[in-house]
Write a protein of this length. Structure first.
Length: 156
């Protein structure tokens, strides 16, 4: 996943949102402003989340991994957004279950064949004891990006 951009400029530390859709809008618009995705990505990722929820509950906290079709992506990247207060997302595969989400890992994948492998690496990482707590404890965007990149590469 060397061609997936993970950088401090794609990290938002305190997203103030009252709903999953608002949180998605904020982070997706940030990706658009950084020229990572097309403007169409913003509505597409929100629409996909309504149809296929991405919330996941881990021992340490709830997260969400929103993404959408490659046609809305300019370059491969992942944006990380920390919610100021947890927001409810529907559970992936069990939309009737609510997940109090604290971190969003928004994927912009241009090569659809990369998506499954990238998701598998991230899932391994999220299940590593202490990882999510340590990531959330980071105080700067740079620290978040460096830790995520380093741990993701070591999972390879």
């Amino acid at each position: 996943m060397e061609d997936v951009l993970i950088s401090p400029e794609l990290v938002l530390m305190e997203i103030a949102a009252d709903s999953d859709q608002e949180a998605l809008e904020i982070l997706a618009r940030h990706l658009y402003e950084k020229n990572v995705v097309k403007e169409s990505y913003v509505e597409a990722v929100k629409s996909r989340e309504r149809a296929y929820s991405t919330g996941l509950e881990f021992a340490e906290m709830g997260i969400a991994i929103p993404h959408t079709d490659a046609k809305h992506v300019c370059k491969q990247a992942i944006a990380i957004g920390f919610l100021k207060d947890p927001v409810s997302f529907c559970h992936m595969g069990m939309p009737e279950v609510s997940v109090k989400t604290e971190i969003l890992f928004m994927m912009a994948i241009k090569n659809p064949g990369d998506q499954v492998g990238f998701l598998e690496k991230m899932m391994d990482l999220f299940q590593t004891e202490g990882f999510l707590t340590a990531l959330k404890a980071c105080t700067t965007e740079k620290d978040v990006a460096e830790m995520f990149q380093k741990c993701l590469v070591s999972e390879s």
